[in-house]
Design a protein around this ligand. Structure first.
Ligand code: ZN
Length: 278
């Protein structure tokens, strides 16, 4: 059976301490993963990041980082590309300090481009990022483009696979809510999840995955709002995902992005433990 970890996107709801010690709390409440949120900019100091790494090692918590939202590697504007490259380079550098095994990011928007043109621009930006990281001597990083939730965004599952198969240091992040939202609610059962895992295995040879989960509300344009995993009005369903994970035996990290972060991560972990006992 695979090693499956659960944790919150950001600091747990009732955590009052400092971020570098957050993994002690996460371990104490029974979770095993933590995604540091640099979503509004990489502001953590090197010293704090190193302290976070030490704390996570001591408490056996797997750390990842969510890079800033304001990244658009497929923009048709040079200054936007330049800023986006810079932000992602900063994020990868800080990820190395904090020992983050993934640096999650949203690749960008199509804007005026066709999907093919946007992909080409995105790949050119990634070449710039890799050159910059090499020049800085940053070696321990894994950039993890995330499946995006809006139809205006570059980043359906096929596009994420294409990016990851084109570059070293790249692994996918699958946000199941985003896949569900941008496809108009396509994930209904275990077979639907199995197709995603199978596709990743066939295309990238994977047996492990970094992922995000929440229940999600969507419109024709895609993602609208996150809801709790116990809110049955919204999908995608959690049980068939956990059943699929037990069956396929992959190592999977599930970061909870619902409004109830650590509470819902614990609910998912409890469900997983029940399913894996059967
Ligand atoms: Zn996500």
């Amino acid at each position: 059976m695979g090693n499956v970890k659960f944790g919150p996107a950001g600091n747990p709801i009732n955590y009052k301490g400092k971020t570098p010690s957050v993994c002690s709390y996460i371990n104490q409440i029974g979770l095993d993963a933590y995604e540091y949120q640099a979503t509004y900019g990489v502001r953590i100091s090197k010293q704090s990041a190193l302290a976070l790494k030490e704390n996570s090692d001591e408490n056996d918590v797997l750390v990842s980082m969510h890079a800033p939202y304001y990244i658009n590697l497929s923009s048709n504007k040079d200054d936007v590309i330049e800023r986006s490259v810079k932000r992602l380079v900063q994020a990868a550098k800080a990820s190395e300090w904090m020992g983050a095994y993934r640096t999650v990011f949203h690749p960008g928007f199509y804007t005026t481009y066709t999907p093919e043109e946007a992909m080409k621009q995105c790949k050119n930006s990634i070449k710039d990022i890799q050159e910059a990281l090499e020049a800085l001597g940053v070696e321990n990083y894994t950039l993890a483009p995330e499946t995006t939730g809006k139809k205006s965004q570059l980043g359906n599952l096929d596009e994420i696979i294409e990016i990851c198969s084109s570059f070293d240091h790249f692994e996918p992040t699958v946000d199941f809510a985003h896949v569900h939202a941008r496809s108009g609610g396509s994930i209904k059962n275990k077979t639907d999840y199995n197709k995603i895992f199978q596709k990743l295995e066939d295309a990238l040879g994977l047996k492990s995955l970094h992922s995000h989960f929440t229940h999600v509300e969507y419109t024709d344009a895609g993602e609208r709002k996150h809801h709790g995993v116990e809110d049955e009005d919204y999908g995608p369903p959690i049980e068939p995902l956990l059943e699929e994970i037990v069956e396929c035996g992959w190592n999977v990290t599930i970061i909870c992005e619902s409004p109830y972060l650590d509470y819902d991560a614990l609910i998912m972990k409890g469900l997983y433990q029940n399913i894996s006992k059967i």
